[in-house]
Design a protein around this ligand. Structure first.
Ligand code: ADP
Ligand code: AMP
Length: 214
């Protein structure tokens, strides 16, 4: 199954996608994580991308498209993948369609995770991430057993720089202007599904699974 999860920041793509990809036995490919990794390693690409990420803006298409083409043609993605964070605008979606066509395949599902603005801000401002393994928690909705420390690996938890209120507002604006038009691009395609992502974790997961299987 070749699957794209898209939706506004904070909709739950990362947390729900992790569970879904594990259930389905496919790799979860998260462009935000790949870019943060490049920033942490201080590569040339990381230094370039970091400036855009800090400001809540999209990294230039050519950087991200190159990164994704390399990743989805890796051997572990040969039988499928779950993509989170890409495509993020219509140019990226067109590049993705062309890229897959060159390999003789296409997307099986494009799932739009739809959540209200209040929920998004609440989720993003309380998000906590493990410095070591990247596992995602929430201060209130999925708190770690020990405050400040990861249940999975014992690593220290931190708040992403771009999960501060001013950058959240900018990211939501970028979403509306650049990513939301993807709805029109995908919604008439047979692979398209919309999932109500406003509810609690279990409810959203059940709806997501049903949408992917239907
Ligand atoms: P995205 O990848 O779409 O930006 P995440 O999966 O990182 O979003 O979720 C953002 C934050 O909201 C995380 O802290 C996560 O634990 C929390 N979260 C995700 N889904 C839900 C939900 N259905 N109810 C409450 N909190 C949620
Ligand atoms: P995310 O983890 O999905 O919230 O992404 C964090 C940041 O990474 C975004 O605000 C962008 O700066 C950058 N980013 C992630 N995916 C993409 C993409 N497909 N295109 C451009 N920028 C991206």
């Amino acid at each position: 199954m070749r699957l794209v999860l898209f939706g506004p920041p904070g909709a739950g793509k990362g947390t729900q996608g992790l569970r879904l990809a594990r259930d389905m036995g496919i790799p979860q490919i998260v462009t935000g994580d790949m870019l943060r990794e490049a920033v942490a390693q201080g590569t040339g690409m990381g230094r370039k991308a970091g400036q855009y990420m800090e400001a809540g803006k999209l990294v230039p298409d050519e950087v991200v498209i190159g990164l994704i083409e390399e990743r989805i043609t890796a051997p572990d993605a040969a039988n499928g993948f779950l993509l989170d964070g890409f495509p993020r605008n219509v140019a990226q979606a067109e590049a993705m369609t062309a890229m897959l066509a060159r390999h003789g395949v296409a997307l099986d599902r494009v799932v739009f995770m739809d959540a209200s603005r209040d929920k998004l801000v609440d989720r993003l401002s309380g998000r906590l991430i493990c410095k070591t393994c990247g596992f995602v928690f929430h201060r209130h909705y999925s708190p770690p057993r020990e405050e400040g420390w990861c249940d999975q690996c014992g690593g220290e938890l931190y708040q992403r720089d771009d999960d501060r209120e001013d950058v959240i507002a900018q990211r939501l604006l970028v979403y509306e202007q650049q990513t939301a038009p993807l709805l029109e691009y995908y919604s008439l395609q047979p692979s398209f599904r919309r999932v109500d992502a406003d509810g609690d974790m279990e409810g959203v997961y059940a709806r997501l699974k049903k949408a992917v299987e239907a």
